[in-house]
Design a protein around this ligand. Structure first.
Ligand SMILES: NCc1[nH]cc(CCC(=O)O)c1CC(=O)O
Length: 320
């Protein structure tokens, strides 16, 4: 039987292409004879590089054009970093698979001679645009000067030298995938830097009614990661944190037990709410929602309202 061609829609950044190519090669291993092609699609988030993304507006800046291509039938699946995937999907599309998580932690790259961010001098300059990363580092080192950096992973690494920074913060997963592991100075444990929702996992999105495609890709789904990420996303959804805010959540699964940590903070990392809960995996979403409710009762709503009004609230979904 002649196999169909499966077309992957992807952004053209180095990391997005690595991820799409990884999906392609896993598909070809699994289904010998299947032809898999990549279609590069420019998204709003790729086009507008100089404007704070909050001013561009809207959720899903890095996925919308790919979703439209899928709805028009021009591509069959989209490969996303789960971190960039909005919690709501257009009619007809769904998140079909969540892949096994890479290292979920944040990392720092430091100037030569430094082993830990803790050793940096007073007032050290740290590059990141993520309010989540900013807040958690400022919580430990209120003296740090946080510098906005935008751009893809390589650009941000380059800014360490170009912008004369003491350190930059990035995701371990992106560094590992792109072969930059050796440049990592320090891994930040989850207890110090709660990862972004979905960090390290990939999401495969497809048309709900495309049974043939869905049957081909279902093996990518990793149930443990999927439970964890579903809990994290329920937490985010309840906090209406579709845009970038100092929100993080991290779930792990052992057997049928899910442990979920959620965190919300103000921009300066002064008020930091964090809580860890456990449940059975089939309660993942409910638990994510109720953990958010818990933090709302403790004052997360007030903190987040202040964040939304804060002048530095310029969303950068490339660096959550
Ligand atoms: N928005 C950029 C982005 N999207 C996903 C990752 C890392 C890989 C992952 O989380 O799967 C990164 C890079 C970074 O934050 O350093």
């Amino acid at each position: 039987m002649a196999m169909k061609t499966l077309r992957i829609g992807t952004r053209a950044s180095q990391l997005a292409l690595w991820q799409a190519n990884w999906v392609k090669s896993e598909l070809e291993k699994r289904h010998p004879g299947l032809e898999v092609t990549l279609t590069k699609i420019k998204t709003q988030g790729d086009k507008i590089l100089d404007v704070p993304l909050a001013m561009v507006g809207g959720k899903g800046l890095f996925v919308k054009e790919i979703e439209e291509a899928m709805l028009r039938g021009e591509v069959d699946i989209a490969v996303h970093s789960m971190k960039d995937v909005p919690t709501i999907f257009p009619e007809g599309l769904a998140l079909r698979c969540i892949t096994e998580r890479e290292d979920p932690r944040d990392i720092v790259i430091l100037q030569p001679g430094f082993k830990s961010f803790r050793d940096l001098p007073q007032g050290a300059r740290i590059g990141t645009s993520s309010l989540r990363r900013k807040a958690q580092l400022l919580h430990l080192r209120p003296d740090f000067q946080m510098i906005d950096i935008r751009g893809n992973v390589e650009t941000r690494i380059r800014k360490l030298t170009e912008d004369n920074l003491h350190g930059v913060v990035l995701a371990a997963a992106g560094m590992h995938r792109l072969g930059f592991t050796k440049q990592i100075s320090e891994y930040l444990p989850e207890e110090i830097s709660t990862p972004a929702i979905g960090q390290g996992a990939l999401g495969l999105e497809s048309r709900i009614d495309d049974a043939e495609t869905n049957a081909l890709i279902d093996f990518f789904n990793h149930p443990e990661t999927a439970w964890a990420v579903k809990a994290e996303r329920a937490f985010l959804r309840r906090l209406e944190g579709g845009c970038q805010v100092p929100i993080g959540a991290f779930g792990t699964v052992k057997g049928d037990q899910l442990t979920l940590t959620g965190f919300v903070s103000d921009v300066e990392g002064r008020q930091l709410l964090k809580k860890t809960v456990s449940c059975q995996v089939d309660e993942a979403e409910k638990t994510g929602t109720s953990l958010a409710d818990d933090l709302l009762i403790k004052g997360a709503g007030k903190i987040l309202n202040e964040v939304y009004q804060h002048e530095t609230f310029n969303v950068n979904r490339e660096d959550v």
